[in-house]
Write a protein that binds this ligand. Structure first.
Ligand code: NAP
Length: 281
């Protein structure tokens, strides 16, 4: 029976430490978030980010722009935030409406303020095993959990299901940099089960309810579930068949209460890191 990795408890511990750390500074870290349009899920994510930032004693602003905002207006706003010495971290909530060139927007954020680590300069650094200004929130949150539970990474077979720029790709690169032997799977992968059964560390970031069943998991594997799906009862559920897989795994993350809390926690620690870098602290 697997040990449950408690992302919520770890988040609470890290944020409590961060809160007392922040108290010693007169000037506080400043996180600016831009949201375009009215996507209900994005609105909830953004509200949670601002709430957590304010609870920590950070400065935070959410800039709301209408769905039909011209791309140039969004780029102008980002430039203003880039130039504002008080703003340490900039996050543009994705997805953006189709008339806006997401790549252009990501590239317009100053890499030194790129709190999500989406800018190609920062992701390129990860690909080269060099140091980005900060690491991307979800992958870094996962590595933090593995470290906290003293789960070895070096020399292990890690399988990542998903190759998005937000989760799968940077996570695979970070695990490679930590000396794991990494396989990336995606929707065109053949014989997924054969590959996942070889994983010492299996991470699913596909967004596919129940994708990972017990017969896909090697006995004793560490299973990390990034997926956020709705089940038939409308409840939040991951990619992994939690009840069945926890019998075979050695460690497993629940959904909710696993990777999700660590993502927002890492956003806060990243904001603090950028604040320190920009203020030579
Ligand atoms: P995404 O951009 O939709 O990417 C999903 C990836 O999974 C793609 O690479 C896709 O392959 C692959 N995939 C989809 N179905 C598959 C299947 N049946 N078999 C194998 N591969 C499959 O999603 P994302 O932004 O990375 O997010 C993934 C999931 O994590 C979502 O549920 C999202 O809500 C969740 N998420 C959670 C957090 C958190 O903090 N907990 C953070 C970010 C994302 P192709 O490339 O071939 O299309």
């Amino acid at each position: 029976m697997a040990e449950i990795i408690d992302g919520k408890a770890l988040r609470n511990k890290i944020l409590a430490d961060l809160k007392s750390e922040i108290e010693k500074y007169e000037k506080k870290p400043f996180l600016a978030v831009i949201i375009v349009g009215n996507d209900p899920a994005s609105k909830i994510y953004v509200a949670n980010k601002k709430k957590t930032a304010l609870e920590l004693g950070f400065e935070s602003v959410v800039i709301e722009m209408p769905e039909n905002v011209p791309e140039i207006e969004l780029l102008k706003k980002i430039n203003e935030l880039n130039a504002d010495k008080n703003v340490n971290a900039i996050l543009v909530q994705l997805p953006l409406p189709p008339h806006i060139d997401t790549e252009k927007v990501i590239e317009s954020v100053l890499p030194q303020k790129d709190v999500d680590c989406f800018h190609p300069l920062n992701t390129g650094k990860i690909a080269q095993n060099a140091r980005p200004f900060v690491y991307p929130c979800t992958p870094k949150g996962i590595i933090t959990m593995l470290n906290e539970y003293k789960i070895p990474i070096s020399g292990k077979n890690a399988v990542v299901i998903g190759r998005s720029n937000i989760v799968g790709r940077p996570l695979a690169a970070m695990l490679t940099n930590l000396d794991a032997t990494v396989t990336i799977c995606h929707s065109k992968t053949r014989n997924l089960k054969e590959i996942t059964r070889n994983a010492d560390i299996l991470i699913s970031a596909a967004g596919s309810l129940g994708l990972v069943s017990a017969d896909m998991v090697k006995k004793g594997a560490v299973v990390i579930d990034v997926g956020m799906n709705r089940n038939e009862n409308g409840k939040l559920a991951g990619d992994v068949d939690f009840e069945a897989v926890k019998e075979a795994a050695s460690f497993i993350t629940p959904v909710p209460g696993g990777v999700g809390p660590m993502t927002i926690c890492t956003l806060m620690t990243n904001t603090y890191e950028l604040f320190k870098l920009q203020n030579n602290l």
